[in-house]
Design a binder for this molecule. Structure first.
Ligand SMILES: C[S@@+](CC[C@H](N)C(=O)[O-])C[C@H]1O[C@@H](n2cnc3c(N)ncnc32)[C@H](O)[C@@H]1O
Length: 307
């Protein structure tokens, strides 16, 4: 462990960001281990062998460390009390706080999407923003802090939206949170109807946005269709494009290693064309240096599609 860490040279991203990846795993020749700084604390995650020398990591980082194992076998790792309490950190100057250990496995703020949130910071001013698959509303909070005309976060998870609402209060901004199925809400906002299967969902009037953030999970199934970023990205992109106003922008992601950035961009562009909203410009947003790519394929594809 000591030798592996000796090869790593983590650098802070910028003076306004205290949450970043210290140890990537693949980059240092030790796949299956990641070490992330969140403010004054450190989160270690193992994805293969449930083995890590916490004392060495603590000495290397100079901060208290908590470990979670996310491999195929269940391993109950010790959780110090502080790890269940909120840890404060900042990203691009926006204040966040999150427990490093909570009921879910994913951290409250996904660090690889930082570059996407920076894009939002630079482009949200004056825009009506929809943050789809909002989770803890990270992109929504950044949009609100940086002058969005309005921000709507959409997710079917209650606790995650509540976490995001807390961050909005911490940053002194307002935003709306809608707890609903993605397809049920966005298809209606785009002016469509839900058909027979959609009778159980709340009726919604069409609604227009200038910027839609679409950062979906790999796979989830619901009565109105599957969320599937590998087999069916167009079903996700279509209603988002449908509720964009003239000249609106879709900031979308795909984190599947099974889909190349080029193919995915082609799928989204084609979908917009078919919907009668051709894409005028595509801007690829590369992840920050703490999420390096090794084969020319960024681990998280992010692109802004201007219609
Ligand atoms: C990978 S996270 C999204 C990350 C988020 N965009 C961010 O910036 O942190 C996945 C989220 O999608 C939500 N989700 C999954 N399927 C959904 C669906 N059909 N409708 C609404 N939300 C859904 C989950 O509740 C979860 O919060």
């Amino acid at each position: 462990m000591r030798t592996v860490l000796a090869n790593a040279a983590p650098r802070p991203i910028d003076a306004e960001t205290t949450a970043y990846r210290l140890f990537h795993g693949i980059a240092e020749g030790c796949p299956g281990l990641t070490i992330d700084r969140y403010g004054d604390r450190v989160l270690v995650q193992t994805f293969r062998e449930p083995e890590v020398d916490l004392a060495v990591v603590e000495e290397w980082t100079g901060r208290p460390v908590v470990w979670r194992h996310r491999g195929p076998e269940r391993v109950d790792t010790p959780v110090p009390r502080w790890a269940r309490e909120p840890t404060a950190f900042t990203e691009n100057g926006v204040a966040f706080r999150a427990p490093l250990v909570h009921r879910g496995m994913d951290p409250w703020l996904f660090l690889d999407f930082r570059a996407g949130r920076r894009w939002v910071r630079e482009n949200a001013a004056g825009r009506r923003v929809l943050n789809a698959f909002a989770y803890t509303c990270g992109a929504g909070v950044v949009a609100a802090v940086h002058g969005a005309a309005s921000v709507l976060n959409l997710d079917h998870g209650a606790w995650a939206l509540e976490a995001g609402a807390g961050w909005a209060v911490d940053n002194g901004v307002e935003m709306e949170c809608v707890r609903e199925d993605f397809y049920a809400a966005t298809r209606q906002w785009a002016g469509g109807s839900l058909g027979r299967r959609g009778r159980r969902y709340q009726k919604r009037d069409p609604r227009r946005f200038d910027l839609v953030v679409l950062d979906p999970p790999t796979l989830s199934r619901g009565p109105l269709g599957a969320v599937d970023i590998v087999r069916d990205y167009p079903s996700l992109a279509k209603p988002c494009i449908g509720c964009l106003d003239e000249g609106g922008v879709l900031l979308a992601t795909n984190h599947s290693p099974r889909v190349s950035t080029d193919d995915w961009i082609h799928q989204v562009t084609r979908c917009a064309e078919k919907a009668g909203r051709p894409v005028r410009d595509v801007e690829i947003v590369l992840p920050d240096g703490d999420f390096p790519s090794f084969d020319g394929q960024p681990p998280l594809s992010i692109a802004a599609f201007t219609t």
